[in-house]
Design a protein. Structure first.
Length: 171
């Protein structure tokens, strides 16, 4: 979460161009730091045990997505007539691009339509949980979790609670 907040602070209201990864990065977790799983490039990723237990960040991302994002992007990242399917976008969108779009927003204008995503970098209910949202949507993009609330999840790591408290201004 610290990386997300540093990125948000450095982005401000600056213009942001999308750059998609040429090849999707393997989402397999290769290491864990304080309960957060990372892929080979160091980006946050999901971990689903053979019994269906998901990591804390996937579970938290599900909860945050359904409190803030699903109104526009549809249930479980499947898209709507109003906004794109994030489960498709996250197949190729890099972690940095995701943070930039969520923090700074995005505007796509064509002759037939105008799509605008507002910036959420100032909304602590989104900004403080960008990693969680990314991990959940990445899991959805890779068919690692179903469209339903995960039935089992790992306990919340102390580092996640500390990052949340710091981001929300609690001590």
């Amino acid at each position: 979460m610290v990386a997300a907040m540093v990125f948000v602070a450095s982005c401000g209201a600056a213009s942001f161009e999308m750059a998609y990864a040429e090849n999707a990065v393997d989402p397999a977790a290769v290491k864990s730091e304080d309960g957060k799983y990372l892929d080979k490039e160091g980006s946050p990723t999901f971990k689903v045990a053979s019994d269906g237990t998901v990591d804390w960040y996937t579970y938290s991302g599900y909860r945050r997505y359904h409190s803030e994002c699903h109104v526009c992007h549809g249930p479980d990242g499947m898209g709507s007539t109003y906004a794109p399917a994030l489960q498709d976008s996250l197949k190729t969108m890099s972690y940095a691009d995701f943070l930039g779009v969520v923090a700074s927003g995005r505007k796509n204008v064509s002759s037939s339509q105008e799509n605008v995503m507002p910036a959420f970098g100032d909304n602590p209910n989104v900004a403080c949980y960008m990693d969680d949202l990314y991990v959940y949507l990445r899991a959805r993009a890779n068919d690692a979790v179903e469209r339903v609330r995960p039935a089992k999840h790992e306990d919340k790591p102390p580092a996640a609670q500390q990052a949340e408290d710091a981001c929300m201004g609690k001590r």
